[in-house]
Each structure stands twice: as C-alpha cells, then as structure tokens.
Design a protein around this ligand. Structure first.
Ligand SMILES: Cc1cc2nc3c(=O)[nH]c(=O)nc-3n(C[C@H](O)[C@H](O)[C@H](O)COP(=O)(O)OP(=O)(O)OC[C@H]3O[C@@H](n4cnc5c(N)ncnc54)[C@H](O)[C@@H]3O)c2cc1C
Length: 411
C-alpha cells in the first residue's frame, strides 16, 4: 500500500504536535516539517522567555518525532520563497500550514507609528537571538508596556530582573548587556481591561514576587464577586508594596489607548479611563497586544475561503493549524488538542497517490538544513555555553548554516 505524504509548513509546537499525532496513528506516513529557519521549534526557541527553561523542555518531546517517529526536518526553506504552495500541493497528498503569526499587531491610534514604539515580538526576537531580529532599541528610563497578557508580563519580568536572576537562562551576551545597561528606572504596565479580566495567568503574576531589585505599585485593581476573578485581583494586589530595589514598576488597569504623543519620538501616551482622559509620560512604548501574519502567505484569503475554517480545512488536501489557524491565542499545550483533531480529519480524508514525489522536491534544494544539521547547531550551542548559561545561542543564520554544513562535509 502507498504511504501518504504530508508536508507541514512550520516546525513550531503546532506543526510538531500534528506530526506526532499523525505518526502515532499511522507510522507508515511520510511526514515532512518545513521551516524558514535552520532550527526547529518556532516560539519555543524564540518566544518562550529565556528564564523559563522548564517550558522549553517540550523541545525534547518534539525531538522524538524526528529521532524515533521518522518525521523529516527541512529547515532554512521558506514557503513562498524556496518552495511555493502549489509545488507542495503537487508533490504531497496533504499540505498543512502551521506557520504561526510573527508580525506584531500595530497600535492603530494617532501617533501609533512614532519612533520609540516597539512590538513585543520584535523585542523578544532580538532578546532571544532570532536570526532576523532588528537590534535592541534604546528604551530610555521610563518604558510603558501596553498589554496585559503573559507576553507583556514576560517583558516586564525580564526588564525588571537583576543580572544574577538570569543565571541558568539562555540569554546571550548582547541581550544581557542591554538589560544591564539600558538605564530603565521605571516601568509602567497598562491594560485595557480591569484587573479581574486581565489576560495574564495568575502564576505569571505570582512569579514577580520573587524579583530582587524592584518596588511594585498596583493602582486601581478593583474587586470582584467572582471567585476566579477575585483570585486574580488578590495575586496582583499581593505585589503592591513589594520593595526589594530601586527600579519602580507600576500596574495600571482600565486604560484604553487613545494616542501616542511626541514630535520626533514618543514622550507620553494618552488613555481613556472611566474618570476621563489621562496622559502618562514615557520614553518608549512596548506593545504586547497580539500578532498577525507577516504577509508571506495569504492567510486572510485562505481562511476567508476555507471549506471548514473551524476544523482547519482550507480546501481539499490543504489544512491549517495552530496560531496560523486560530489567531495568536493559546499556550503551547493548547496546540496539542487542535493538532490531534486535525490529524484525525486528515487521516480520514487522505487518499495517497503513488505518483506524488513527496520529499524529493525538497531534498534537492541547496538551502536545506536537515535534522542532523540542527543537532550539530544544538550540540555546539550547549557545548559552548558559559557557566551561568544553559546554552550559547547562535544568532547569525550564516553561522548556523556553516555549523550545520561544515561537519556534513567531513562526514
Ligand atoms: C513572546 C511569546 C512568549 C510565549 N511564551 C509562552 C510560554 O511561556 N508558554 C506557553 O505555553 N506558550 C507561550 N507562548 C505561546 C506559544 O509560543 C504558542 O502557543 C505556540 O508557539 C504556537 O505554535 P505555532 O506552531 O502555531 O507557531 P510558532 O511557534 O510561531 O511556529 C511557527 C513556525 O513556522 C515557521 N514559519 C513561518 N512562516 C513560514 C514560511 N513562510 N515558511 C516556512 N516556515 C515558516 C516559523 O519559523 C516557526 O518556526 C508564547 C508566545 C509568544 C509570542
């Protein structure tokens, strides 16, 4: 019997969970994970905070997909550049888009494009040594964070940490130096909703009580009769008065952004509150208000014309999963259920065609980095880690490619 051939675009959590589910149900399948980066695991490597290494441990589970379940990694291949969607659809029985959402959602208010405004995605990519990152910016002494989700709290925590609190992380020397010398004195974090409905998880808030160099002030946390909401408020209020150092952190709630003010760069942000308008002076604005597609793939068109968008069926033989399908919501484990349901659907619809060439169309691409190439990068990063870090991430794509390939030649 001909084994079905499935291409998954994106080797982040959703692509990996999908490959895992497909191969568990049907080990004979040929499952290929294609990623624009020479390294797998998407936001596990470039979004999950450098000081949350436990969360990144899921990568060990994903490695088994390649090492034991027979999936193949085709890194350094961008759909839309080295290979087209049409070419994949011609070569494979099923194609799945699991390409995530990497663009920061813009602050669509007057002044929303002033210099001094930075998206959380751009900042975290730069902090975590993403090869396509822009340099870390000058935040000035008073950055203001817009957003109340876990990504906003990650940013706040990293900005507030002392150098010794980053031991054991994989934060590189450039980011470490930037955090040490950026001159931040006061961080204000603002949310549109009241504290009761803030999107952050309580556990993320509780972690802030361990910070060793900050003084935390909480304003307007409010109250709620609802037990879950009351717990959230209680966690935030427990931070009020935490005083272990000079760097000031202020939590504000119920502030709807109206405008960013400044001539040549940000000087303040104006908000609507229940009491009227309020202007908060700041030297930079960090937005953590969600993500959208980068435009390489026509996501909106594909989803608008989808056969069954809720189930991830875009068209016969073409599927979508993870953040690319659902939008920028949900943690790593939340992508698993999505992937399991889609795997069942794909297997029910799969009609293998023996004439489809499958992975042959990728193996010949000069750009391609395979799984063993990634393991060489991985081993090098771990072997060269300084004593106070768990790995020394390579930021340069050229250097990654050199490592992945140089030893290949000497095999
Ligand atoms: C800053 C940040 C911190 C987070 N922290 C946590 C956390 O601590 N814990 C937690 O549970 N969740 C966290 N999350 C959420 C978690 O990262 C997501 O749920 C998860 O990564 C979504 O998986 P995905 O595979 O859909 O997308 P991604 O992880 O983004 O993976 C998409 C992959 O597709 C690739 N790709 C994109 N376009 C193309 C293309 N054209 N061709 C080929 N490849 C392409 C990308 O390189 C990437 O590897 C965080 C998210 C962010 C943004």
């Amino acid at each position: 019997m001909t084994a079905g051939k499935i291409a998954i675009v994106g080797a982040g959590p959703s692509g990996c969970f999908l490959a895992q589910s497909l191969l568990k149900a049907a080990p004979e399948l040929e499952v290929d994970l294609i990623d624009r980066l020479p390294v797998p695991y998407g936001l596990v490597r470039y979004g999950v905070a450098a000081d949350h290494q436990g969360t990144k441990g899921v990568a060990r589970q994903f490695a088994r997909i390649f090492e034991r379940q027979g999936a193949q990694f085709h890194g350094n291949i961008t759909l839309g550049q080295e290979v087209t969607l049409e070419a994949l659809q011609t070569a494979y029985d099923a194609v799945v888009l699991a390409a995530g959402l990497m663009q920061d959602r813009a602050l669509e208010i007057p002044g929303g494009d002033l210099p001094g405004i930075h998206g959380a995605g751009a900042i975290t990519r730069a902090l975590y040594d993403h090869p396509d990152a822009t340099p870390l910016p000058d935040l000035g002494p008073r950055p203001l964070i817009v957003g109340n989700g876990n990504v906003a709290i990650d940013l706040l925590r990293l900005l507030a940490k002392q150098p010794e609190e980053l031991e054991g992380s994989d934060l590189g020397p450039v980011a470490t130096g930037w955090l040490r010398q950026n001159g931040v004195e006061e961080i204000t974090i603002t949310g549109r909703s009241p504290a009761a409905q803030a999107k952050f998880d309580t556990v993320m808030i509780k972690e802030l009580s361990k910070l060793s160099g900050v003084t935390i002030h909480v304003e307007g946390a409010g109250s709620s009769e609802d037990a879950a909401e009351a717990k959230k408020i209680e966690a935030v209020l427990a931070l009020h008065g935490h005083a272990t150092g000079p760097r000031r952190v202020t939590f504000r709630f119920g502030l709807t952004p109206l405008a960013v003010e400044g001539d040549e760069r940000v000087t303040a942000m104006r908000f609507q509150t229940t009491a009227g308008e309020e202007t908060l002076p700041c030297t930079s604005v960090l937005t953590a208000i969600g993500f959208c597609a980068d435009g390489v793939l026509p996501r909106d068109t594909l989803l608008a014309g989808a056969q069954d968008a809720e189930a991830g069926v875009l068209a016969p033989g073409l599927y979508a999963t993870g953040w690319f399908r659902r939008g920028p919501r949900g943690t790593i484990p939340e992508n698993r259920a999505d992937a399991q349901a889609l795997a069942t659907r794909i297997l029910a619809e799969l009609t293998p065609d023996p004439d489809k060439p499958g992975r042959v169309i990728l193996s010949d691409l000069d750009a391609r980095v395979d799984y063993s190439g990634w393991t060489r990068i991985d081993a090098h990063e771990i072997a060269t880690a300084p004593d106070d870090r768990c790995r020394a991430k390579i930021a340069s794509r050229e250097e990654m490619l050199r490592l992945a390939r140089e030893e290949e030649k000497t095999k």
